[in-house]
Design a protein around this ligand. Structure first.
Ligand code: 5GP
Length: 198
């Protein structure tokens, strides 16, 4: 059976990566879509597993050659989703999870209507700010830009299929897993199993 796409968005610092890492580690049928970006790598990030770090020129070549499912600019850098690995994973029955900002997520929904959009939020923006400060991997100016963007992103959450609250990471992981299970149990996903019988 073909896999499904789960697209996570949410403010920088809300903890999307932690949630995704936990969900991926707990399942052998979920794959992470590694994005391409023109931003510089941060300490600890690994080329090819955190992101594919590419130049702006190479990124523009990927756009021109239609290699991306979607792309967007986010605080001065390109970010985009390579199409081929997703196609391959889904064809082989894997569900694919990805971390994509709001504009890219909407582009994916337009292109793949049965993609599931999940917005990760925290009930206090102050908690997000504190996490971003604690992470300490962006400059104060970049952080302000990310926080401004975060406020706008939260205003777009009503276009998402689900909202996961990350006030407690264990609960957020449970919520995302529940969404993934429920989506796989939808009638439209399973009815063919019964049709083979009657
Ligand atoms: P960061 O620089 O903190 O890793 O990511 C910045 C933003 O880029 C995050 O909101 C993340 O969701 C988004 N992002 C990461 N990969 C992609 C992608 O492939 N496409 C789009 N549109 N956004 C992405």
């Amino acid at each position: 059976m073909k896999g499904k796409l789960f697209v996570l968005s949410g403010p920088s610092g809300v903890g999307k990566n932690t949630i995704l890492n936990r969900v991926i580690a707990a399942s052998d049928h979920v794959r992470y879509s590694v994005s391409a970006t023109s931003r510089q790598s941060r300490p600890g990030e690994v080329d090819g597993s955190s992101y594919y770090f590419v130049t702006r020129e190479r990124f523009e070549e990927m756009i021109a050659q239609d290699e991306l499912l979607e792309y967007a600019e986010y605080v001065g850098n390109y970010y985009g989703t390579p199409l081929a690995p997703i196609r391959e994973a889904m064809k082989n029955g894997f569900d694919v999870v990805m971390d994509v900002e709001v504009i890219g997520a909407k582009k994916i929904k337009a292109r793949v209507p049965d993609a599931v959009l999940v917005f990760v939020a925290a009930s206090s923006m102050d908690a997000v700010r504190q996490r971003l400060i604690a992470r300490g991997d962006v400059s104060p100016e970049a952080m302000e830009e990310r926080l401004k963007r975060a406020v706008w992103e939260c205003s777009q959450a009503e276009d998402y299929d689900y909202i996961v609250l990350n006030d407690d990471v264990e609960q957020a992981v449970r919520e995302l897993r529940a969404i993934m299970v429920a989506e796989k149990c939808k009638t439209v996903e399973r009815i063919h199993l019964l049709k083979e019988e009657f």
